[in-house]
Design a protein around this ligand. Sequence first.
Ligand code: HEC
Length: 75
Amino acid sequence: MRPWFDKNCQSCHGSGGSKSGAWSYNSDNYESSIKKHISHLYQDVFVNKSMPPGGLTQAELDQFKTWYDAGYPAK
Ligand code: HEC
């Protein structure tokens, strides 16, 4: 899932990104970037679809959901 987050979230939420204060994404730290915030990420990405601001393709949403349902593995 790392490439997915790198592609869709990194530009704004990566370290040094303008929105890293709202949620900080560090591709090297799965625990603190993803696992700790998983319910919030799920809400924003899949339920409210508020992130990323430009929206996702259906394929990207499906990919996220499949990963989430699998127990959001680190890889
Ligand atoms: C184009 C820039 C941009 C991208 C790309 C982006 N975000 Fe955001 N994000 C923002 C902005 C701006 C805010 C703060 C404003 C707000 O709270 O609505 C924010 C806030 C958040 C927050 C915390 C605040 C809240 O309302 O929940 C989370 C969590 C979040 N983003 C997750 C993500 C995820 C996950 C992705 C990738 C799928 C992503 N964002 C992609 C701009 C972006």
